[in-house]
Design a protein around this ligand. Structure first.
Ligand code: ADP
Ligand code: GLC
Length: 493
């Protein structure tokens, strides 16, 4: 099959969250299965043009009402893709839309005012790229609201000629971000006004780009089965539960995988000593290095609790770092452990973390983004905390399992699908789970894990080993995507 991934992020070029990991890893897994995959994404300021090859000539993108936007296109190969069938990445280069810092916004301005226009342009450009390359995909696979209009364009106007048999698939990585903007922005789509209603844009007199994608995609999915079910109900549906339910069997859940070339203690270049389930010795070296780097006392006998997160409400940071009893402050004051955190996000939370770091001798936060520290935390921690309010899939709990670090997670979404709760009687399980998002539940569950660490070391050792042996490879997920493409109507032998 010929597959075009339309995404606003892809590692190693631009990343604000797990979407970037998922798009690149899925593309590589599909190519390994023998499919021809290309990715199209914007050329943000941070992507150095000098290492890319330019395509010849400018490309015009119709934006409606006779307006055409002109852009350049660059390309490169995705690192890690199979040499026999490399994944090509195409960058849409438009100075006014993408020649600035930030993907969707900046800390001071988290949602650029012209985002609907930027991403309508980008989604439309994906089609122009096909004509420019004279390469016509069987599947347009769009991701999240920035790519969602691809499904709308295909259904309402562009499914003709060489694209007559093409289908569109939409993957929802996070229902919390929908691309809702003033209705005036509809003009930038260049679509007829009747599509405002028929295409599903309408949302209390605004435009909702994700909702339009949900209505128009031939098939859609989210990134775990539990989150798929959750989003069909009001509590997790972010107002789109009705739209999702109405898609019936066309909406499913497919779990993300882990890129075993990047997240693997046997190959990891960021950690002091490599290790595996059979030879786990290097984990202690990683713990020592972690404590050193974070400036914590070298206390190998106490458990280390790690966390890597965007500091936003979705991740449960309000409950963990808010002022209530049971929060991180009491965890660190009352339990014999070390707590390290890596993250960026909302400023109240960053301030609180700085405050805790200065107040507590066993807590240290690094405010910032660092791949290296991310790997070191995964390897050097004993436990990894994810008290998410909701979690479509979550990657870090799977990375943790692979590194022999036991996840402490809320029982929701992809966390529920990847972690099995500890059973004190038998020692079964791969992590520690709780249901309610309250400071008390987080406190109690961390306390439970710490208790097991000190009192049931043989269970902990077994659980680590069990986690490290789990298989979260992308291959089986990629096969499910291929099945979804077929269900959407792609015929391929
Ligand atoms: P989400 O996409 O909702 O943020 P995921 O668990 O799917 O959650 O993916 C988050 C990804 O981003 C992981 O690869 C994680 O390691 C990484 N990450 C998040 N914050 C940071 C940070 N401050 N530094 C390094 N990596 C980070
Ligand atoms: C989103 C979700 C996260 C998921 C990631 C990749 O950012 O919040 O749970 O793992 O996308 O699909």
């Amino acid at each position: 099959m010929k597959i075009l991934m339309v995404s606003s992020e892809a590692v190693p070029f631009a990343k604000t969250g797990g979407l970037a990991d998922a798009v690149s890893a899925l593309s590589i897994a599909l190519a390994r299965l023998g499919h021809e995959v290309k990715i199209v994404m914007p050329r943000y300021y941070g992507v150095d043009k000098d290492v890319l090859s330019p395509l010849e000539g400018e490309m015009g993108v119709p934006m409606g009402q006779g307006v055409e936007e002109w852009c350049a296109v660059f390309k490169t190969e995705l690192p890690g893709s199979p040499p026999a069938l490399p994944v090509e990445v195409f960058f849409i280069d438009h100075e006014i839309f993408f020649g600035r810092d930030g993907v969707y916004g900046t800390p001071a301005d988290p949602d650029f005012g012209d985002n609907p226009r930027r991403f309508a342009f980008f989604s439309r450009a994906a089609f122009q790229l096909c004509y420019k390359l004279q390469w016509f995909p069987d599947v347009f696979h769009a991701h999240d609201w920035p790519g969602a209009l691809v499904s709308v364009f295909l259904k309402h106007g562009l499914r003709y000629g060489p694209l007559e048999k093409s289908v569109s698939v939409l993957t929802i990585h996070n229902l919390g971000y929908q691309g809702v903007y003033h209705k005036d922005n509809f003009a930038y789509t260049g679509l007829d006004w009747n599509v405002y209603y028929e295409g599903g844009f309408e949302d209390w007199n605004m435009i909702n780009m994700l909702k339009a994608g949900i209505c128009c995609a031939d098939r859609l999915n989210t990134v775990s089965r539990t989150y798929c079910e959750e989003t069909k109900g009001e509590a997790y549906g972010c107002r789109l539960d009705g739209a999702l339910r109405s898609r019936g069997e066309c909406y499913c859940g497919i779990l993300n995988g882990v890129d075993a070339d990047l997240w693997n203690p046997e190959k990891d270049a960021y950690i002091p000593q490599r290790y595996s389930a059979a030879a786990p010795g290097g984990k202690a070296a990683a713990k020592k290095e972690l404590l050193r780097v974070f400036g914590l006392p070298d206390n190998p006998d106490a458990p280390t609790l790690g966390m890597i997160t965007r500091l936003v409400g979705q991740k449960g940071v309000g409950e963990l770092f808010g002022p209530s009893y049971g929060s991180a402050y009491s965890i660190c004051k009352e339990m014999d452990l070390n707590f390290v955190l890596l993250g960026t996000g909302e400023s109240w939370c960053e301030n609180e973390l700085r405050h805790l770091s200065s107040e507590l001798s066993n807590f240290k936060a690094h405010i910032g983004y660092s791949e290296k520290l991310g790997h070191l935390i995964e390897a050097g921690s004993d436990f990894f905390l994810m008290p998410s309010r909701y979690e479509p899939c979550g990657l870090n709990q799977m990375y943790s399992l692979a590194y022999g670090t036991l996840p402490i997670v809320r029982n929701t979404g992809g966390l529920a699908d990847t972690v099995r709760n500890y059973d004190e009687a038998t020692g079964e399980g791969t992590g520690f789970m709780f249901n309610d998002l309250t400071p008390q539940a987080i406190y109690n569950t961390v306390g439970w894990a710490v208790w097991a660490y000190y009192n049931r070391p043989e269970h902990i050792a077994k659980m680590r080993e069990r986690g490290m042996k789990l298989d979260f490879s992308w291959e089986s997920s990629a096969r499910k995507y291929v099945q979804m493409y077929r269900d959407a109507g792609v015929y391929a032998p």
